[in-house]
Design a protein around this ligand. Structure first.
Ligand code: GLU
Length: 547
């Protein structure tokens, strides 16, 4: 077979050479050891936690080594493409602090190694496709869908490996005349790789996350170019990662089964194999067993979920870092205020089997992050969230910023700051009672006589002085307790609960319910100070009328 002729027949218009492309995209001028990596998503519009895990891993590896992180859009599958998906992706990752140095951006491409959208690179792929044909490493296959389906059925019935290989690779060694006849008849074709692999051979491969793997050679003649001339992921990533001078491919481990083919392809193309970082899946506990997070079953897989729930960006970031590098948490404890970038991230610390996503742990991390913020910062972030997801609450926060900030300042600062909320969505249930519209009617414990409650509330109103400090205020509550025959001696009450109708804690609860509608609230004295004299009195009076 004259491969040169075949190549001209298949790619008559390709005049560029691999050498010209090599010269156009020279090795990068970066320091020794710099990691050049990329995110290479398909623009399906769904941005998920896995993207963030991959993004963060790549970003850390690139930037902590003085390297480059770029964004390449893998849009070869037009059927899966959703308009605006690239913008959503760029925006979402930026929201989480992942910034690209080059690649596809909101306003076109930026960088010397583009184009960064695969559909715009068809000419480049064809140069290498032609080269492979010239070297006898690729050939056209004219099998129809029906023929391939029939082949598959036959293989399945015979319990054989399915695919295009061995005796099934019917176009592998066809004559130039046969091929020419098909082309002349206008038959459509795909370009296949001529595999020289043998499944009885295995070899060792070192993945930066998975460690040493034993890999079986590939013997399938995989498709390189589809019938429309658009490459498959396999071929496109090999050409792109070579020409874009990627040193590390960080991707999901669903690509591991294709790895033997990818290794073959790099070799056939004469490219240096990049290092691979195959990340395991994110899992969750479902009953007693672990399973992968699923797009269909688990809303928490989508990154939009965290925005909607109102997890601060920093909390999600910190949590993912904790998940990826087990020593991050200790480091953070020792360096509570250091920028995350000071931590030495290592892909080797990633769990090869993937990570268990723990929602409760995320909430804990988030509570800590929010507790570290000052009231003004909490106010700004909460307001930003509320404007989008609870505009009514947002307008209340905005109407009186000082009032909201005083509320948010309760228990903040100091050695043991309060950790009341994990998300902005939890803010309204926590602090909503400060606003009359969200105040719930008190629901007093029926074991207490209404006249006793009324009496406690009335007595409080009679001596409530807004100027009192918290000790004087509490002395008054204690005095009322005693007057009602309740006790302030918690020990005595514990020893014999039948000896008293109730305690100072019960009297406080009457007041708390009247003022906040809840049995649980931040310090009641402080709550009254923030609410103001008139509002406090009005609330207690109203509670009395409801009794
Ligand atoms: N387009 C592939 C995907 O979305 C990218 C895999 C890779 O990063 O190489 O899964």
């Amino acid at each position: 077979m004259d491969y040169q002729k075949l190549a001209e027949l298949l790619f008559p218009n390709v005049t560029m050479t691999p050498e010209e492309l090599e010269a156009k995209y020279p090795p990068r001028n970066v320091p020794e050891g710099a990691v050049i990596t990329r995110m290479a998503p398909s623009p399906t519009g769904f941005v998920h936690l896995g993207n963030l895990v991959q993004g963060l891993t790549s970003e850390r590896m690139a930037h902590q080594s003085g390297g480059v992180l770029f964004l390449r859009v893998e849009d070869t599958d037009a059927k899966r493409e959703v308009p605006g998906a690239v913008e959503v992706l760029i925006d979402t990752l930026k929201h989480y602090g992942i910034q690209f140095d080059e690649g596809a951006t909101m306003d076109g491409d930026k960088g010397e190694y583009g184009p960064y959208r695969q559909r715009q690179r068809a000419d480049i792929y064809h140069v290498y496709a032609k080269k492979l044909v010239q070297q006898g490493m690729a050939y056209p296959c004219f099998c129809t869908e029906e023929e391939l389906a029939a082949m598959r059925e036959k293989q399945e019935a015979a319990k054989e490996t399915t695919g295009y290989y061995g005796q099934y690779a019917i176009w592998r060694d066809r004559s130039l005349e046969d091929i020419k006849a098909q082309l002349d008849a206008g038959m459509s074709w795909v370009l296949r790789f001529r595999s020289t692999g043998d499944v009885s051979n295995q070899f060792k491969f070192n993945d930066l996350v998975k460690g040493e793997l034993t890999v079986t050679e590939n013997n399938i003649d995989q498709v390189l170019l589809k019938s429309d001339g658009i490459p498959t992921y396999h071929f496109a990533h090999a050409v792109d990662d070579h020409l874009m001078r990627t040193t590390h491919v960080v991707r999901g481990d669903e690509w591991l089964p294709s790895l033997p083919f990818h290794i073959q392809l790099f070799k056939a193309l004469g490219f240096k194999l990049p290092k691979y970082v195959h990340i395991g899946p994110l899992m969750k506990m479902d009953g007693n067993s672990k399973r992968k997070l699923s797009k269909r079953k688990d809303p928490e897989l989508a990154l939009t979920y965290y925005k909607k729930e109102g997890f601060p960006v920093q909390a999600v970031y910190e949590y993912i870092m904790t998940l990826l590098n087990s020593n991050y948490e200790d480091w953070r404890r020792a360096n509570p205020n250091a920028p995350a970038a000071d931590f030495k991230f290592s892909p080797k610390k990633l769990n090869p089997a993937g990570n268990l996503f723990d929602y409760a742990k995320l909430c804990d991390v988030s509570k800590n992050e929010i507790a570290k913020m000052d009231a003004q910062q909490v106010y700004s972030l909460l307001l930003e969230w509320a404007k989008e997801f609870d505009p009514e609450f947002g307008s209340k926060l905005e109407a009186d910023p000082d009032f909201a900030i005083r509320i948010l300042a309760i228990g903040r600062g100091g050695k043991k700051p309060r950790k009341d909320i994990a998300t902005w969505a939890e803010a309204k249930p926590y602090m909503g009672f400060f606003y009359d519209e969200y105040l719930e009617a008190p629901c007093f414990d029926e074991k207490f006589d209404k006249t006793v409650i009324r009496s406690a509330l009335t007595k409080f109103l009679e001596r409530f002085n807004f100027q009192d400090d918290s000790n004087t205020w509490f002395d008054k509550v204690k005095a009322i307790t005693t007057e009602l025959g309740f006790t302030t001696d918690m020990k005595a009450y514990k020893a014999d609960p039948t000896a008293f109708p109730g305690t100072v804690a019960d009297v406080s609860t009457f007041l708390r319910l009247a003022v906040t509608g809840k049995t649980n609230s931040p310090d009641l004295y402080t709550v009254m100070q923030i609410l103001g004299y008139d509002a406090t009195v009005a609330r207690i009076q109203k509670a009395i009328t409801l009794l």
